[in-house]
Design a protein around this ligand. Sequence first.
Ligand code: 5GP
Ligand code: ZN
Length: 119
Amino acid sequence: MAGEAQADCLFCKIVAGEIPSTKVRETEHTLAFRDINPQMPTHVLVVPKAHYPNAAALADADPQLAGVVLAEAGRVAEEEKVDQSGYRLIFNTGSGAGQTVFHAHVHVLGGNAGLREKL
Ligand code: 5GP
Ligand code: ZN
């Protein structure tokens, strides 16, 4: 069924507490934790607790939850104090774009002047 935990999914295991993570925020339906290999001073991942393979699949199946994930990303940026300086939200989608974990997640990246360079 859509959204069900997948036994072989790293982020489902993090959500279940089977793999430790450095938690930043948690709500009923979302978890935010620090990326294990940070690319910027602030590098937090926000995931829905339910399993969807990528952000588009999440938004298609549960647009409200997709909105909650985005709102949580904004709250993380505020708490990390990068909301004023600026931050970037990235959803890698597909292995060709660098997606390595196929559980929807948004990268919250900030605290680096390099962000001023546009993609
Ligand atoms: P993707 O490349 O799929 O967009 O992002 C996956 C992210 O998960 C990568 O930035 C990677 O560093 C991070 N990651 C991979 N394994 C772990 C882990 O066990 N714990 C945490 N906190 N992050 C992880
Ligand atoms: Zn999962």
